[in-house]
Design a protein around this ligand. Structure first.
Ligand SMILES: N[C@@H](CCC(=O)N[C@@H](CSS)C(=O)NCC(=O)O)C(=O)O
Length: 473
């Protein structure tokens, strides 16, 4: 096979590769086409240069792919199917290569490992997670068939390849003179080398998978390089031509294929009970979600609002298995460990350090008004962390925390959302308050965190706004 780009090999067991072609790129813009599908694109240069790495996570035999436009001054990059356990390795590589990571992309809701996209977002703010709209998972950006995800002058085209799961997609490098030749397809679990993804859970369908592979992958040019999300046999890359000739499942007629798939007799992935609910949210790490859930439980002190319930809120609607149960901590202080039970096996998760101020607040007995307010809040379902929900909760606060805003005595105080950065919220205070502004901020902070458990910190936009002097009224 003739490749137009340079290959260089690392001395690792799974030989990551570098492909290089040439081209400069300019600025990233996002637009929606008239068809209603979204495109994340850049303006075009004259020639492009792809930097490519194939990386491996050995416990789940998962491949992660790093792609970047090496010609652009910013070297914009994306990661396909990162794993939480290898996020530090991947981010170090991004740093060492001087890349600007834009997107962390999933081909689907994985069942055998926890995606690294949430963890990447917490370690590299500004990176946006992407998954297909059909997956029903939570992400920063959603893609649909035909969408393009651009990084510099290069792009990936989105093809729907359901069958392993309902929302599976294959990302294919662009078709054009500035794009890598041969093309490259990141097939997720739809097509594995000399195999394919199983179809026995998560909305899987062997009929659908057969159609997906034949119509969306086998119709690509024969020399298209195929990069799957897993390999269990030591393969790293294949081509459309090879799989059309030698794939032991997909070269058969549809009836035989369905029969093969119905008789695979594979055991369920060990991590499925943790991975599927966790991967339904590609924007937060599992640790972040459990921490916030426990903090929420701890501060509302309500048996009805245990972490277990919050994990349930993210349950995949067609996931047929029981999701993990959390052993509720019974001690009076925050637990150092949480035990997650799955299939009778217990996993101990170390809780991240909790900021000391949480402990401090906890030691003050709540006033009757606060207790009443907590009871009201606890009976309301927790909200997702979005700008609109924060604005809604700030509006609700005017009613529920009425004494802070009582305008019958000429109190004109206003609290607005100033900024939202991941789990960190900044509030703008203006006008005259009945209480000290530091008290207003603390009370609003508590209220926001109770209603939106994913919020980690609420702070003031500008320290000057905490000054109670008349100039601020
Ligand atoms: N033993 C592994 C899971 C292996 C497995 O089921 N792999 C999936 C992709 S990850 S959900 C699959 O589709 N395999 C197809 C095949 O033919 O092997 C574990 O316990 O995690």
């Amino acid at each position: 096979m003739l490749l137009k780009f340079r290959f260089s090999h690392f001395s690792t067991a799974f030989s990551p590769k570098v492909h290089t072609i040439s081209a400069p790129v300019i600025k990233i813009t996002k637009f929606r086409s008239q068809m209603g599908s979204s495109s994340y694109t850049t303006s075009s240069g004259s020639s492009s240069k792809l930097l490519f790495r194939q990386l491996f996570e050995k416990e789940s035999s998962t491949y992660t792919y790093l792609l970047a436009d090496a010609s652009h001054p910013d070297k914009p990059a994306l990661l396909v199917d990162p794993v939480d356990k290898t996020v530090d390795r991947d981010l170090s590589l991004v740093k060492e290569l001087g890349l600007k990571l834009l997107y962390a992309i999933n081909t689907h809701v994985h069942a055998d490992h926890v995606t690294g996209t949430g963890l990447i977002k917490s370690k590299a703010p500004g990176v946006r997670s992407i998954i297909s709209k059909a997956s029903n998972a939570k992400a920063d950006l959603f893609v649909e068939p035909g969408d393009k995800i651009s990084f510099g002058d290069l792009f990936l085209e989105v093809r729907a390849t359901p069958g392993h799961t309902l929302g599976c997609v294959t990302y294919v490098t662009g078709d054009g003179h500035n794009q890598p030749q041969p093309r490259m397809a990141f097939t997720g679990d739809a097509l594995l080398i000399r195999g394919c993804g199983r179809t026995d859970f998560q909305g899987g369908s062997s009929e659908q998978l057969y159609k997906s592979v034949h119509s969306q992958i086998f119709t690509l040019p024969k020399d298209t390089l195929l990069y799957p999300a897993h390999d269990y046999k030591g393969f790293s890359v294949s081509t459309v031509e090879e799989e059309m000739l030698y794939n032991p499942r997909l070269t058969k007629d549809e009836g035989t294929f369905k029969n093969i798939m119905a008789n695979l007799n594979l055991s369920y992935p060990k991590m499925i009970d943790v991975a599927v609910p966790a991967n339904m949210d590609t924007t937060h790490s599992l640790k972040e979600r459990i921490t916030k859930a426990v903090l929420y439980w701890y501060f509302t002190e309500s048996k009805e609002n245990m972490p277990l319930k919050l994990l349930h809120a993210h349950k995949h609607h067609y996931h047929p298995l029981p999701i993990p149960t959390l052993c509720t901590p019974t001690c009076n202080s925050l637990p150092k460990f949480l035990t997650v039970k799955q299939n009778n096996a217990e996993t101990k998760l170390r809780m991240p350090a909790v900021p000391p101020r949480y402990h401090r607040r906890r030691s003050f007995p709540a006033s009757p008004a606060t207790r009443r307010h907590r009871a009201i809040s606890a009976s309301i379902s927790p909200l997702d962390l979005t700008e609109d929900n924060i604005k809604q909760v700030l509006d609700d606060a005017r009613v529920e925390l009425a004494q802070l805003f009582d305008n019958s005595v000429g109190i004109t105080g206003k609290a607005e959302l100033a900024d939202l950065d991941g789990p960190y919220v900044k509030i703008r205070l203006g006008g005259k308050f009945w209480h000290e502004r530091s008290t207003v901020l603390a009370r609003l902070g508590n209220y926001l965190k109770q209603r939106i458990p994913e919020i980690l910190e609420v702070d003031i936009e500008d320290e000057k706004q905490l000054d109670d002097s008349p100039e601020n009224f």
